[in-house]
Design a protein around this ligand. Structure first.
Ligand code: SF4
Ligand code: SF4
Length: 357
């Protein structure tokens, strides 16, 4: 990929979304783990990599959004807080989030890293998302612990990502409700669900329900977020639960339940040069999207070896080309399924990650 082309694709304002897997390590052992995460030979992202990204972003005046996610469990990353501080203190940071499986009472490292993170000044804008499912028995405890920690620290809300199949969809929701009812008893408050999908929390949730319930009750869909409220005399706390469908990959390939293999690739839907997103693995390798990982052919570059600017240019070129290439290819794919990924990889194998440009 030539320098000239990179210059041609240079634009004035740039937002880079980073989905970062800070570690491959996780000791939970869920049966539905698509990443097969465990504790053998863990690879960890480092503060040094984070500093490299941020110093290059600063020089280029890039806006950043960063999501720390699995792979492994982010809170098990040895340099987790140092990495979070590097991104969290970046002036042009637009959004900052973490997806975590949370902690049990015995998981001291995770608990202390999370609590310290939540007390950082930049945590005001931190979006916390916790995974929840019935594929490992500790998730009810993890949810209860997260809810109580967030409430104790004076936070107002967090998100829950529920991995379900068609078979256990309702049981998963009922279990989440049970956990919240138990917390409500403990805090002498009440737990209830708002029958709405996308509203912001009002000061008076009950008034909101009275005004909206009749016309909204029918709008319950599988993927609609469910709003759960914990209310005491003094406070209202919201837990927004999103469902997503089980994918049978990694350890989950042994499960018998219904799954849904679909492709939600950013590269196929990003048509703006302003927005570019990158998936970064624990060893610093960069991919267009998470389903590309760990296919070496799909690598856009590596932090520490390639500049962020060059990686961003490669991603822009990839975004511009891959959609056209897939549509133009005679082998055509079944749109938005993993067949799309298969074809995309074949095209990259034939033409390289620059797709012939
Ligand atoms: S699904 Fe998440 S919590 Fe469970 S083993 Fe995999 S990385 Fe760990
Ligand atoms: S293989 Fe291609 S289509 Fe699939 S996630 Fe990666 S970039 Fe997207």
């Amino acid at each position: 990929m030539g320098v000239k082309l990179a210059k041609k694709h240079r634009i004035k304002k740039q937002h880079v979304g980073i989905m970062l897997v800070p570690t491959s390590q996780c000791d939970t052992g869920c049966s539905h783990c698509i990443d097969d995460s465990g504790c053998k030979n863990p690879i960890h992202f480092t503060e040094k990599f984070a500093k490299l990204i941020v110093s290059q972003a600063r020089k280029e005046k890039f806006e950043l959004s960063v999501l720390l996610t699995g792979g492994g469990e982010p809170l098990m990353t040895p340099e987790f807080l140092k990495i979070a501080d590097v991104f969290g203190n970046y002036k042009k940071l637009l959004t900052f989030g973490i997806i975590t499986s949370g902690f049990t009472e015995n998981e001291f490292q995770r608990k202390s890293q999370l609590e310290t993170l939540l007390k950082r000044p930049y945590a005001e804008k931190l979006i916390v998302e916790q995974s929840f499912n019935l594929y490992h028995q500790t998730f009810p405890e993890r949810l209860a612990n997260m809810t109580q920690l967030m409430m104790r620290l004076g936070k107002t809300d967090f998100y829950v990502r529920m991995c379900t199949s068609a078979t256990n969809f309702y049981q998963t929701h009922r279990k989440l409700e049970e956990v919240l009812q138990e917390i409500a008893k403990k805090i002498k408050g009440r737990a209830f669900q708002l029958p709405i999908e996308d509203t912001s929390l009002e000061d008076e949730p009950l008034d909101f329900i009275r005004e909206n319930v009749s016309e909204r009750l029918t709008v319950e869909a599988f993927f609609s977020p469910q709003w759960h409220i914990l209310q005491t005399k003094k406070e209202v706390f919201a837990i927004i639960a999103n469902s997503f469908f089980l994918t049978r990959e990694g350890r989950a390939s042994k499960l018998k339940e219904d799954s849904l293999d679909y492709c939600v690739c950013d590269s196929l839907k990003t048509f703006s040069d302003y927005d570019v997103s990158l998936f970064i693995a624990p060893d610093g390798t960069v991919y267009p999207e998470c389903p590309c990982f760990p296919d070496k052919r799909m690598q856009l570059g590596k932090i520490g070896e390639d500049s962020l600017v060059e990686i961003v240019r490669r991603k822009q070129i990839f975004n511009q080309r891959i959609f056209q290439e897939i549509l133009a290819d005679r082998r055509m794919s079944q749109w938005a399924t993993r067949e799309t990924c298969k074809l995309c990889r074949q095209l990259v194998a034939e033409k390289g990650i620059s797709l012939g440009l």
